[in-house]
Design a protein around this ligand. Structure first.
Ligand SMILES: C[S@@+](CC[C@H](N)C(=O)[O-])C[C@H]1O[C@@H](n2cnc3c(N)ncnc32)[C@H](O)[C@@H]1O
Length: 234
């Protein structure tokens, strides 16, 4: 599906190096809703122990889940600077049930299985999204679930309009850095990382279900239409 029309992979290491508060917030979409949804989901789903937060960024959901749950929560991210910073925070705040490791999707080969493998607003950045799904799902313990959101065709259409002239869109909340827009969303704009319920089913052999059949839906938001939050039980 890739046209190769858009730029090279976005440099997340550079993004997170000395990221100021604005950049940290911009790359922490989970803070708006998912940080509360995940611990509630874990409580109600009654999965085997262990939670992985893959593409954890600044760790908003990772730290919230560790605070609300007794079990171990491990945050993974491709960017070494944010992993280091999260480790420092865990040590400073004395959070004992959280760990942070570097991992770059589509490769994901942790040294253990997790009851819940969670990934939020990260799959859209990975071109080989099917291998990503397979590897995340392989890390789920039997009786657990992969919980993730994905950007669908509506999200891609939305981004294609914005990519046409990112500078024209500066009043819109979904803008990011206009000069890096096509690099950042290259995999989505090219169509490689666009997912659907059907594509997830064809890849994993199990239909995804809305996470809001388990956890309460916080609000009606842009995210729920363009980036559905689903779970795939195992
Ligand atoms: C938009 S942020 C979302 C952060 C967090 N999940 C949240 O919602 O608050 C995407 C994160 O995915 C990470 N990321 C991007 N590509 C990745 C890859 N191939 N493997 C692992 N992490 C990746 C980035 O470094 C960034 O921290």
């Amino acid at each position: 599906m890739s046209s190769g029309a858009t730029g090279d992979a976005f440099d997340w290491d550079a993004y997170w190096t000395d990221a100021d508060e604005e950049k940290r917030e911009e790359a922490s979409p989970s803070s708006h809703h998912a940080a509360d949804v995940l611990p509630e989901f874990v409580d109600r789903f009654d999965a085997p122990p262990g939670v992985a937060d893959v593409g954890c960024g600044a760790g908003v959901t990772t730290f919230t889940a560790a605070d609300r749950l007794a079990e171990t929560v491990v945050g993974y991210d491709t960017a070494a600077p944010v992993v280091e910073r999260n480790r420092d925070r865990a040590e400073r705040e004395g959070v004992e049930n959280v760990r942070f490791e570097q991992a770059t999707l589509p490769t994901f080969d942790p040294d253990r299985e997790f009851g819940i493998v969670f990934s939020y607003f990260t799959l859209q950045y990975v071109r080989d999204v099917e291998r990503t799904l397979e590897n995340l799902y392989a890390a789920v313990a039997p009786g657990g679930a992969l919980v993730c959101n994905y950007m669908n065709r509506a999200a891609r259409d939305f981004c294609l309009v914005a990519a046409d002239d990112p500078h024209a869109n500066v009043d819109h909340p979904f803008v990011f850095d206009p000069d890096q827009y096509t690099e950042r969303f290259g995999a989505l704009l090219d169509g490689d990382s666009v997912l659907s319920r059907e594509r997830i089913y064809e890849t994993l052999g199990t239909w995804p279900r809305s996470a809001f059949t388990i956890a309460d839906r916080p609000d009606v938001r842009w995210a729920w239409h363009h980036a559905p939050l689903v779970y795939v039980p195992k």
